[in-house]
Design a protein around this ligand. Sequence first.
Ligand SMILES: [Zn+2]
Ligand SMILES: [Zn+2]
Ligand SMILES: [Zn+2]
Length: 347
Amino acid sequence: QRRRGDLSGFVRLHPGGEQLLRRRAGTDVSAALDGPPHRHSANARRWLEQYYVGEIEPGDEQGFAAPNPATVAQLCAWYQDDLWVPQHYNHCLLPQDLVDWQKPLLWQVGYLGEKYDEWVHQPVDRPIRLFHSDFLESLSKTAWYVVFMVWTPVVLYLSWVSYTSLAQGNTRLFSSFTTEYSIPVHKYYFPFIFLLGMILWSLLEYLIHRFVFHMKPPASNYYLITLHFLLHGQHHKSPFDSSRLVFPPVPASLVIGFFYGVLRLLLPEVLGLSVFVGGLCGYVIYDMMHYYLHYGSPKKGTYLYGLKAYHVKHHFEHQKSGFGISTRFWDYPFRTLIPEESFKKED
Ligand SMILES: [Zn+2]
Ligand SMILES: [Zn+2]
Ligand SMILES: [Zn+2]
């Protein structure tokens, strides 16, 4: 017995490229799922189940048979059969779903306890409702361009402030220890200091994603599980919920303000500001790229195509590695690189 799936809503998001999927439309993909080029993970196969619309009768490849009630019951264990809406979002629950999707999720996930970690790493294609209150719910959502519109003017303005202050020519390194040997910082150094800030951001991006977002909450701690879900867990549960892919500017400004303060304390005068503005620019690029890696359809062979495949592997298969999002760079020294797939003959 073979199953038929409607992938029209997913085809653009497919990490292996849209073309590859379109070429296989209407064919049996069970062998292709094993690759090459890519051996699909258990999560990817479960993902495919979400688009199930019916059966294929043996001998009638093009015919359309109704969904097998047993399969539907299996997929929709928690719901009545009449909630089944083929061709649209899968409004049913997978059997392993432990929460009630009709209710806001945020206050439920803490009860999952030791089942939380496995549950949160089984992605589904459906939007998440976090809060009961419409107001809080709308605050928790951010369109990608809001991040761009809020922070780009800040980057431009602070760059101008940094550059013009450096141009006055009285910024010196080490001037608090020595007056004779302090080093003047010329205004033409600004692009390099800015770049340093961007590189520091990429390290910060790695560290935050690995050690804050992927900190495993203790199974017995309801509140830490809830916090984990709010910060990053919900993105792993529903990786294609477009309204929650970027960081909302209000909480972001608290974190950004903290790092601004640290840099101003550590570095003299306008240097701290120059590094900061580079870092902020790095953050904006990162958030835009993360959105694109989920929603964009980069051409095969490009840098972004490779990054997209890499990031989707972090979501579906290798949640304990591949923490770099805008660059794979820091995964090398920290030894968390997702290995390339090899298709040598095994016996
Ligand atoms: Zn695929
Ligand atoms: Zn992650
Ligand atoms: Zn992601």
